[in-house]
Design a protein around this ligand. Structure first.
Ligand code: ADP
Ligand code: MG
Length: 405
């Protein structure tokens, strides 16, 4: 049986209007000879009654007195409620449907509560329900261990559920429905001119996702890529085709592909820059610094090493601990909190001269200073002050003409 997987995010299922749109996509896709699996996230965002963050607030108010294992039981409820609401709507509309928790759907994970990794997917239960002609609604973001403990997959977990099921069922496509028209050239909440891309490669979106584009979780992309299952990222609230994600060779031959140096921009906020300089630096300055960070579980990024200096960044939350460790080593770091890491991403920039020059020019023209930079063959990163982040992204978006198809 040919199977399609559809995933609907939190904003898509949060209210009656959203659920009506969801219904429309299910009705359109449903077909007697095919199987349809629908993965749902919890309903809405913090403050709304059944949203995951609301459930978390509930135990926070009570002093957080739950073990990780018990917390995952609570967290898994949001998606179960959401799946129940949709299943009942489908049945009421005359569309035969049934629902499964992640564990019942065969998602087997390790025991890392709160951020479990999928070890195996056993799709037998889904298949047997599909054979009866029912739409199978699966609660996203969760699985179970071999021993039967309920686990959750961490942020973006429903994306991972969808592509893992898509891979196990050899789905024709996994449709990720969300509140924007697809994968855009930048986060539309920051860059007004951001434009949906008709087609991108797995590598490009994985790179964008790793660099902060939260439209899809990077782990979900990697699972689909390994299995060769195409993804479409599209809007719940329209009938647009959205963005097709496939292998780069296949992407190139698709309508809508343009040979481009830069595909898109991504960003992370909440970054602190640390610089350690020393005139009479010990020969192993860098080793001491990075060993101390690693031993204390602080991940470091944007590392520039020079003979008697080292510059790097840490997450805002790790700043105080990092400064304390450096002082213990006898160093007084220069600290710049409130930074944003911007990524200029494109599979086509490999070997193209002038990309960095264009970035520097775009930012300099707006008097935005670059605190640090780094590059790989598909990405250039620049660190700027958070207060200049939006202006910097707008400037880069314009400089690379990303608003033009
Ligand atoms: P869902 O609840 O459907 O999973 P998310 O909030 O996780 O939705 O992801 C969708 C959001 O991702 C969009 O509303 C948008 O603000 C953000 N986003 C960030 N970067 C991009 C990008 N490059 N393209 C599209 N959306 C992006
Ligand atoms: Mg999401």
């Amino acid at each position: 049986m040919i199977v399609t997987v559809q995933k609907f995010g939190g904003t898509s299922v949060s209210d009656e209007i959203g659920r009506r749109h969801v219904l429309r996509h299910i009705v359109r896709e449903r077909n007697n000879d095919r199987g349809l699996v629908v993965v749902v996230s919890a309903m809405g965002r913090r403050g709304e009654p059944y949203a995951t963050d609301t459930l978390l607030d509930l135990i926070r108010r009570n002093g957080n007195g739950l073990q990780d294992r018990e917390r995952d039981l609570l967290l898994s409820c949001g998606e179960i409620i959401s799946a129940s609401a949709l299943t009942s709507l489908l049945n009421a509309e005359g569309i035969p449907a049934t629902m499964l928790t992640g564990g019942q759907a065969g998602i087997i994970t390790d025991g890392r509560f709160g951020s479990a990794h999928i070890l195996d997917v056993k799709p037998a239960a889904i298949r047997s329900h599909l054979e009866t002609g029912k739409v199978v609604v699966v609660a996203g973001f969760q699985g179970r261990t071999e021993e039967g403990e309920i686990t959750t997959l961490g942020r973006g977990g429903s994306d991972t559920t969808a592509t893992a099921l898509g891979a196990a069922l050899h789905a024709e496509v996994v449709d990720i429905f969300t509140d924007v028209d697809g994968i855009l050239t930048a986060d539309p909440r920051v860059v007004k001119d951001a434009r949906p891309l008709p087609v991108v490669s797995y590598e490009e979106i994985s790179n964008m996702a790793h660099n902060g584009a939260k439209v899809i979780h990077p782990r979900a992309v990697e699972i689909a890529m390994k299995a060769g299952v195409p993804i479409r990222v599209r809007s719940t609230f329209s009938d647009g085709e959205g963005t097709l994600v496939t292998y780069s060779e296949a992407a190139r031959s698709r309508p809508g592909w343009t040979d481009r140096t830069v595909t898109g921009l991504a960003h992370f906020q909440g970054v602190t820059q640390l610089s350690v300089t020393s005139d009479n630096a010990p020969y192993d300055l860098q080793l001491r610094v990075f060993r101390a960070m690693a031993a204390n579980g602080i991940s470091v990024d944007l590392i520039n090493v020079m003979p008697s200096a080292v510059h790097y960044t840490v997450k805002e939350a790790d700043t105080d601990a990092a400064i304390r460790l450096l002082r213990e080593l006898g160093f007084e770091p220069r600290v710049i909190p409130g930074c944003a890491k911007l990524s200029v991403i494109g599979g086509g920039m490999n070997g193209q001269p002038g990309v960095m020059a264009k970035i520097v020019e775009a930012l300099t023209n707006r008097q935005i200073s670059i605190l640090q930079s780094a590059d790989s063959n598909t990405t250039i990163w620049v660190l700027v002050s958070e207060t200049e982040m939006a202006a910097a992204l707008e400037a880069l978006h314009a400089a690379f003409e990303l608003h033009i198809a």
